[in-house]
Write a protein that binds this ligand. Structure first.
Ligand code: ATP
Length: 562
């Protein structure tokens, strides 16, 4: 591992040390899957959400340059909906009954594991790595029963005490020996198969081998559905009639308000409704720091358009969203858009791209955002459930009708008016991003290491995202320096988040600001009193220049480009 590599351990340690992110309820030992953002982290995340709102809602991406949509205008508006909604919302959306992952439970330690994540979790364990080492040293066809028993006693007993090989080595090894002896050459087993043999004491009725629990090696049950929504009760009585759910996504608040917004905002198709807010999922295996949490924030857009143009708008948003990440410094090859294959798509979806990022915790890129073409599924569902008819949220295109109406006789007109292309349920393009996942990607991307610096770790945030934009230091807290420094600080902080610090050595103060990702520090020193200049230190290359003390704010504006 290169010294300068951004490992999860280093990022987590820096975030903890500098107050970006804390475990929730740490003083009581913490609670799995929940996180608190500290002073620097909450500024960073706020900047991310503000940048999204500014660039998607207030000043949305331009269609200029698009081969087919250039010049087309569209409106974007926002909503801020309640977290708890009518239970029927979740029936219509398919979350009640449907919003579940396939889960396996360990028969020994009772932990639950998402079926599609079992093997990636196993691959991260210490016991798996030590088994890989054993097989790599000997060669997959050379590992004897005695080697495995030795491994069971020395390693597995401590790490995976409930693995069948540990509990009953004789029987388990006999399975394996039988399999090896009956095999043709070359050796036909993969390590995954070997592990399944080592986890199986007795073949089940279906003759299936066991997949071991990543945590203790015990037998995992066949995968079953598990509902991920948190439940509560609204009202005094805790019965089924009062049951409510914490929203597992912000999208449904938008769909449920489609008609309200359409009727009150004078928006016209195509237009988008955006929302930023908390969502809750009782994830079975919250992990990889904030990447998979149980409480997280989403930044979602539902963009409503004419069905005939929906593929164009899908492509437009996909590009717009990829470019947004790049514009905020995620320009490296770690950003990987991945178009989902037909077999991965939900039944109503015509296309979906996952915008993925290569985090240090995995060799596979992981989803930051999904850009999905959802057809008219959501509005149809709410039409059915709330109004009793699928096309209840169909809209009438009066402009198109005015243009074309003379083509119809009075008799034909009535029929034509109630059908596409004049009356239709809009199609939806949904760019759905996670604020916490992007915050983690920003931290990862910003992490920099330069061993020639006194304090080698620093965070190279994009200027828009940096929690603190500038710091002002009097070199010493005397000799008239604070008197010059304070007015400079006060002028800057009216415009940009800034900090004033008069304590510790100047090197330590620079190092603290580097770790916070502050782009510029202004230092008032002995020379300031002589010629009115201050030192400006640049976070990225530690270079220093002198400028007139009256130019600090102007310099910042210019360099930050904000
Ligand atoms: P995954 O497959 O990783 O569980 P998903 O496909 O279920 O994600 P969506 O339902 O599409 O996710 O949610 C949209 C976005 O919300 C995701 O791209 C992600 O950024 C964020 N998100 C979803 N689940 C979580 C979570 N448990 N923790 C943090 N962010 C999440």
């Amino acid at each position: 591992m290169k010294k300068d590599a951004a490992t999860m351990e280093k990022i987590v340690a820096l975030c903890r040390r500098r107050g970006f992110i804390f475990g929730s309820s740490e003083i009581y030992g913490g609670i799995n899957g929940f996180w608190d953002y500290g002073p620097l982290g909450c500024e960073l995340k706020r900047n991310i959400k503000d940048a999204w709102w500014q660039d998607m809602v207030r000043n949305p991406p331009s269609t200029a340059g698009h081969p087919k949509l250039a010049g087309r205008e569209f409106q974007m508006v926002g909503v801020d909906c309640s977290i708890i909604m009518h239970t029927r919302v979740w029936e219509a959306s398919g979350h009640v009954g449907g919003f579940s992952d396939l889960m396996s439970t360990c028969k020994y330690c009772k932990k639950m594991v998402r079926a599609d994540q079992v093997w990636s979790m196993i691959e991260e364990t210490e016991w798996f790595k030590s088994l890989v080492e054993l097989y790599a040293t000997k060669g997959i066809d050379q590992v004897a029963g005695t080697d495995l028993v030795q491994w069971a006693q020395r390693k597995a007993k401590k790490l995976v005490p409930n693995l069948a090989l540990v509990r009953n080595p004789t029987v388990t090894i006999s399975w394996l020996t039988e399999r090896v002896l009956s095999a043709s050459t070359p050796f036909p087993m993969t390590l995954k198969e070997v592990i399944q043999y080592l986890a199986t004491e007795q073949l089940s009725m279906t003759n299936a081998f066991v997949t071991p629990c990543p945590f203790c090696g015990g037998d995992l049950t066949e995968p079953r559905q598990f509902n991920l929504m948190f439940e509560s009760h609204a009202g005094a009585v805790k019965d089924d009639a009062n049951k409510v759910y914490l929203r597992p996504e912000t999208a449904q608040g938008i769909f449920a308000n489609f008609q309200n917004v359409y009727d009150t905002s004078r928006v016209k198709i195509p237009f988008g409704i955006a929302q930023i807010g908390k969502a809750f999922r009782n994830e079975i295996n919250p992990r990889n720091y904030t990447f998979r949490s149980r409480e997280f924030e989403q930044m979602e857009i539902e963009f409503f358009c004419h069905p005939d143009e929906s593929m164009l708008w899908y492509e437009f948003w996909r590009e717009a969203r990829i470019n947004w990440y790049k514009s905020l410094g995620i320009a490296s090859d770690k950003l990987r858009p991945r178009q989902q294959g037909k077999e991965e798509l939900a039944h109503y979806s015509q296309a979906c791209t996952d915008i993925e990022y290569l985090f240090p915790f995995s060799d596979e890129p992981q989803e930051l955002e999904g850009v999905a073409h959802r057809g008219s599924f959501d509005l149809n569902q709410h039409g059915k459930f709330a109004k009793g008819k699928e096309d209840a949220f169909a809209i009438f295109d009066d402009e198109a009708w005015e243009r074309d109406k003379d083509r119809f006789t009075a008799e034909e007109a009535k029929d034509a008016k109630s059908k596409p292309p004049y009356k239709y349920v809009p199609h939806v393009i949904e760019p759905s991003a996670g604020a916490d996942r992007f915050t983690l990607a920003v931290l990862t991307e910003a992490y920099s290491y330069d061993e020639t610096r006194a304090s080698p770790e620093f965070l190279k945030f994009h200027p828009r995202l940096a929690p603190i934009k500038a710091a002002v230091f009097p070199l010493v807290a005397k000799d008239g320096m604070p008197e010059i420094a304070l007015p400079i600080y006060e002028a800057i902080r009216k415009v940009f988040p800034a900090q004033y610090d008069a304590k510790q050595s100047i090197g330590k103060r620079y190092a603290r600001m580097d770790e916070a990702g502050t782009p510029f520090c202004f230092t008032i020193d002995g020379q300031t009193k002589e010629d009115g200049t201050v030192t400006v230190r640049n976070r990225d290359d530690a270079s220093q220049v002198r400028i007139d003390k009256s130019r600090c704010l102007e310099y910042l504006r210019d360099k930050l480009g904000l």
